[in-house]
Ligand binder design. Structure first.
Ligand code: EPZ
Length: 429
């Protein structure tokens, strides 16, 4: 199994280019089947989630041509099967749920494995299914498959019970070719939702209001060829910002959209970290002492849940106690036990974690349970005393492009190794 050796006491210094957004890319790739023609997508991140989705698209009959590392041409004219497969690949990737909305919009039929819950707690799709049936689809869940069928999709008014990125995007996809008008209320306002809406409109759809509480969609019978460039990944950007602050170094992010990180930058400043931004760069100086700061995660534009594990690492260095409240997922504190193995002093009660700062972390053998927890443990290892050996590094590869190269560019060394003796040596000293 691949493990990662993270030597400690490494200060990050330098520039890093932020990749395209994973969460926009996976939705846009699934949406590409709606037009049934050629689409050209640029600034796509080179990460395993994208690779998996491209494999699924090929398996469905799509033709995929990579144009360099970060661009792809997809022709979905031959996509016929409504069964999204292969099962073992599709199950791995929660974003495969987007094929429900896109295949409904394309041909009124979809069979997609029920997306797995993951380490963040149960992740139901009741809002997705409620919306599909409101649009006129028959919904059946059996043998681990979600089966959707609609002789015709008819626009309607849908009020989401829960602010959900996935449901908002999935229903935008399904409504894009439904007859008449659809109004979606109480929707997610994340930048990734806006990027998907922009891609749909590039294909000739009529989606208005993405990024606000109400999205209005006028169904279009047929969508056309399009090209699109994915927005920068605000969570990768936030990860490197916090890594710079934790390491005590100075990091400059390039090709980022600063306003997508307003909440994160505000919280870093509240914690005493020096952060400044210009039109497409953000600069962080981690030299100052870290102050305690309370964090509550909320839907955008609130503090993003995906940066909560990273922020917690910073707070372990604060001179005082901070309270972290996770309002989005009920099981998103799996990184806490691993941070405690590194010497952090954190107590979890339900959705709240109390972080007693002032502890300098020590390297330890730790395990990543999900993508952002893995990233947080790497950030913690970079500044800890001694070496950290991370298992479950494949989670990190899912959403962070060229991580070792980017960290090397910032002067930090991490070593991926399959060889047990490397790992035994690392664990020894
Ligand atoms: C997206 O997940 C992101 N994933 C997540 O990023 C991100 O943390 C999350 O949005 C933030 O809300 C992708 O975009 C691929 P939700 P998603 O539907 O769409 C509940 C990462 O690390 N809910 O917005 O699955 C749900 O249980 C990942 O990049 C329902 O109750 O999240 C959760 O508590 C992790 N019923 C809340 O809503 C539903 O039908 C928000 O979930 C749908 C969701």
């Amino acid at each position: 199994m691949t493990k990662l050796i993270v030597p400690g006491k490494q200060e990050l210094r330098g520039n890093v280019k932020v990749a395209g957004s994973k969460n926009a890319a996976v939705a846009i790739l699934a949406a590409s089947v709606i037009c049934g023609k050629k689409v050209f997508i640029e600034n796509i991140p080179d990460i395993t989630d994208v690779g998996t989705l491209l494999e699924i698209l090929q398996n469905m009959g799509g033709e995929v041509r990579r144009r360099g590392r970060n661009a792809v041409e997809i022709d979905t004219s031959n996509v016929r099967s409504s069964t999204v497969s292969p099962y073992d690949l599709v199950k791995k990737l929660r974003a495969s749920a987007y094929f429900m909305g896109s295949m409904l919009a394309r041909q009124g039929k979809a069979e997609v494995p029920v997306p797995g819950g993951c380490k963040l707690g149960p992740r139901p799709i009741d809002q997705h299914l409620k919306g599909f049936s409101a649009l006129g689809a028959e919904v059946e869940v059996e043998h681990g498959l979600v089966k959707l069928k609609a002789s015709r999709l008819v626009g309607t008014h849908i009020y989401l019970d829960v602010v959900s990125v996935g449901a908002t995007i999935n229903l935008m996809l399904a409504a894009s070719t439904a007859e008449g008008r659809t109004v979606l209320e109480n929707v997610a306002k994340e930048p990734e939702v806006v990027d998907v809406a922009n891609f749909l409109n590039a294909m000739g759809a009529s989606v208005r209001g993405a990024g606000t509480d109400i999205i209005k969609i006028k169904g279009e019978p047929e969508l056309k060829e399009a090209s699109h460039s994915i927005i920068p990944d605000r969570i990768e950007a936030g990860t490197f910002l916090i890594a710079g602050a934790v390491s005590g170094g100075q990091v400059c992010l390039r090709e980022v959209i600063p306003q997508h990180l307003d909440a994160a930058m505000a919280k870093l400043r509240e914690a005493g970290v020096e952060v400044s931004a210009s039109e497409d760069t953000i600069w962080v100086n981690g030299a100052s002492r870290v102050q305690p700061a309370d964090i509550k995660t909320f839907p955008y534009p609130g503090f993003p849940t995906d940066l909560q594990p990273l922020a917690m690492v910073l707070l372990t260095r604060a001179e005082g106690t901070s309270v972290v409240t996770e309002n989005i997922f009920e099981g998103r504190f799996n990184h806490v036990d691993e941070l405690k193995r590194m010497g952090a002093n954190i107590k979890v009660e339900g959705r709240t974690a109390v972080v007693d700062g002032g502890s300098s972390l020590t390297g330890a053998p730790v395990k990543a349970t999900d993508l952002r927890a893995g990233a947080a443990l790497i950030v913690a290892g970079l500044s800890a005393e001694g070496k950290t050996v991370l298992k479950g590094v494949e989670h990190v590869y899912r959403g962070y492009e060229k991580l070792e190269e980017k960290l090397a560019g910032l002067g930090a060394e991490i070593i991926f190794s399959e060889r047990d003796e490397d790992l035994r040596n690392a664990e020894k000293n």
